[in-house]
Design a protein around this ligand. Structure first.
Ligand SMILES: O=C(O)CCC(=O)C(=O)O
Length: 259
């Protein structure tokens, strides 16, 4: 499975510019015929939280229409990062996943809102897991701060997820945490981690880039620099099965004693 990560530099509070830039990069990445693309977190608005009421995508409709059409046109799977999606009960930070036919394969709303960046004041948290299937592989979607919660990640891999797709707007000052947390999640869950961060800066933060592809042994098989770019790499699900057989942690774990 060939994956491309679109490490977009997001225009602050400007959905029009971001839809156009993302479409251009998706078309460029799709020309190389990957099996799957992934975008970063909140890629239509960035962290312009105080204006989300005006700029969030109602029901994610514009995002879904654009990504579904591109997935179908190129016959690729697209993990559409996350966008601010305006629902009757509030605004969620939601990931939409489309399959090669352009059908909605999954939907996940960020469960852990990041207080340090005031997310809890403007967003409603999700309440459900982010499992979905792409080309027969069971995958999980996670959003940024979620990777600091190993028990949440395990809730997905204990059900069989073999690939974790992480979309993020992770700031530069904690780049060392980003790398260590992602590598740890890959090692302890013996799965692939495909983590797409944004590039660039907004009025409050400089973001780290460094999108990563990590294999089930914890080896980094691809890592972006800081600026806007497309990172590509291949994953082989057989490797997940081999590592899980070699060190059978899912057989040896004793969850009944962990509470
Ligand atoms: O956990 C962190 O350090 C960064 C999290 C974050 O930026 C986010 O969830 O948006």
């Amino acid at each position: 499975m060939k994956i491309s990560l679109i490490q977009l530099d997001i225009a602050f509070g400007n959905p029009g510019a971001n839809y156009a830039a993302a479409e251009q990069l998706i078309r460029r990445a799709a020309a190389a015929k990957p099996d799957c693309l992934i975008l970063p977190e909140l890629w239509t608005t960035g962290y312009d939280l105080t204006r989300l009421e005006q700029i969030a995508d109602p029901h994610g409709a514009q995002t879904k229409a654009m990504i579904s059409a591109l997935a179908r046109e190129y016959s690729i799977n697209i993990v559409a990062g996350s966008v601010a999606s305006k629902q009757p009960a509030g605004i969620t930070n939601s990931m939409f996943v489309f399959n090669r036919e352009g059908g909605l394969a999954g939907e996940y709303s960020k469960l852990h809102l990041f207080r340090l960046m005031d997310e809890h004041l403007y967003l409603q948290p999700g309440e459900a897991k982010g499992l979905f299937t792409l080309d027969g592989a069971l995958c999980a979607g996670l959003i940024c701060y979620d990777i600091r919660f190993p028990e949440w990640v395990r809730a997905h891999t204990a059900l069989g997820a073999e690939v974790l797709f992480v979309s993020a707007e992770w700031p530069m000052p904690r780049l060392s945490h980003w790398r260590a947390l992602l590598i740890s999640r890959a090692i302890e869950n013996q799965c692939y981690v495909i983590a797409c961060n944004r590039a660039g800066a907004d009025p409050a933060n400089v973001f780290a880039g460094h999108s990563m592809i990590i294999d089930p042994w914890g080896d980094v098989i691809g890592e972006a620099a800081e600026s806007e770019m497309i990172l590509s790499g291949s994953i082989d699900l057989q490797k997940v099965r081999e590592v899980r057989q070699q060190i059978p942690i899912f057989t040896d774990r004793r969850p009944e004693l962990y509470l």
